[in-house]
Design a binder for this molecule. Sequence first.
Ligand SMILES: NC(=O)c1ccc[n+]([C@@H]2O[C@H](COP(=O)([O-])OP(=O)(O)OC[C@H]3O[C@@H](n4cnc5c(N)ncnc54)[C@H](OP(=O)(O)O)[C@@H]3O)[C@@H](O)[C@H]2O)c1
Length: 322
Amino acid sequence: MIYRYCGASGVQLPVLSLGLWHNFGSVDDFSVAEAMLLKAFDSGICHFDLANNYGPVPGSAEENFGRILKRHLSAHRDEMLITSKAGHDMWPGVYGTGSSRKNIIASCDQSLRRMGLDYVDVFYSHRYDGVTPVEETMQALVDLVRSGKALYVGISKYPLELQQRCYDYLREHDTPCLVSQYRASMFNTLARPNLDLAAREGSGFICFSPLAQGLLTGKYLNGIPEGSRAAKDSGFLQRTQVTAERVQAARELSLIAEERGQSLAQMAIQWLLSDERVTSVILGTSSVRQLEDNLRSIEGPDFSSDQLQRIEAIISREGLTL
Ligand SMILES: NC(=O)c1ccc[n+]([C@@H]2O[C@H](COP(=O)([O-])OP(=O)(O)OC[C@H]3O[C@@H](n4cnc5c(N)ncnc54)[C@H](OP(=O)(O)O)[C@@H]3O)[C@@H](O)[C@H]2O)c1
């Protein structure tokens, strides 16, 4: 594994992290979740990305993570960087969602109980909710650190104009923003300005959904396979998002990957990491085999400028962003 310092901090993250958004919930096969988590840890992935609402059902990914931790990894807590978040819908009702102080503080307590932890390494505001003043949310994060429930704080998906305000507020309150998390892949380059700002401000930067939820793999080249995220009712990827344009782009990208001697998934992950300002890419996998495939993304050859140009020409087409 390769590790990078997270922004201007003294803490390092593996360039590949494991996310528990899908495939770790109560609807999923626990033995597969357990095997993936242990394989990840044994491979040097010591950073695990969770959130209150991960499941389904919401909360069950944290519960399963806690079970696996207790069963196999409790002696290794200090070797792991565990994160959680609050801000998206957890339960129906006014206190079950959003970025208010009420939700952030209570949600962190609930996450700690579900995972059986005394503290999380990073607690994130999962999103700007469109209403709560940034100062209210950021102060709640600062107070989580002061109370010892989180060691660091992070933000996720904040629009550019608010991202700067978050950094300023947190720095002024002696709790610099450790890390900023944004959707980023060959099919989504909208966060490039957010990365520029994070890098300038000394925040680490983490890419999520690096494979556009599976579209940047070979899996949808010949239709929507049974059991895939797009085919599942509980999956976030919709069948209608598997468009002819995206499949064609993936087909052309996979030819470049083949030339490079790697899978499309490996190339798509390595491409994100080729920007040294990216601290880590969060993998989401549904099998140990996928995890093994993606782990090899750090072994690929450097990109030639010709390959980078050809990739850019494909991914800058209209209609791909997801
Ligand atoms: N901050 C936020 O708001 C936010 C939002 C979204 C995600 N995240 C984080 O980012 C993590 C990753 O997101 P993601 O799951 O969308 O990542 P992703 O890498 O874009 O998609 C993962 C899916 O791609 C397929 N896949 C992965 N590797 C493959 C391979 N080698 N071959 C074939 N198919 C492969 C699997 O789908 P199948 O199930 O079809 O096999 C897998 O579930 C999440 O777990 C979460 O921690 C954060």
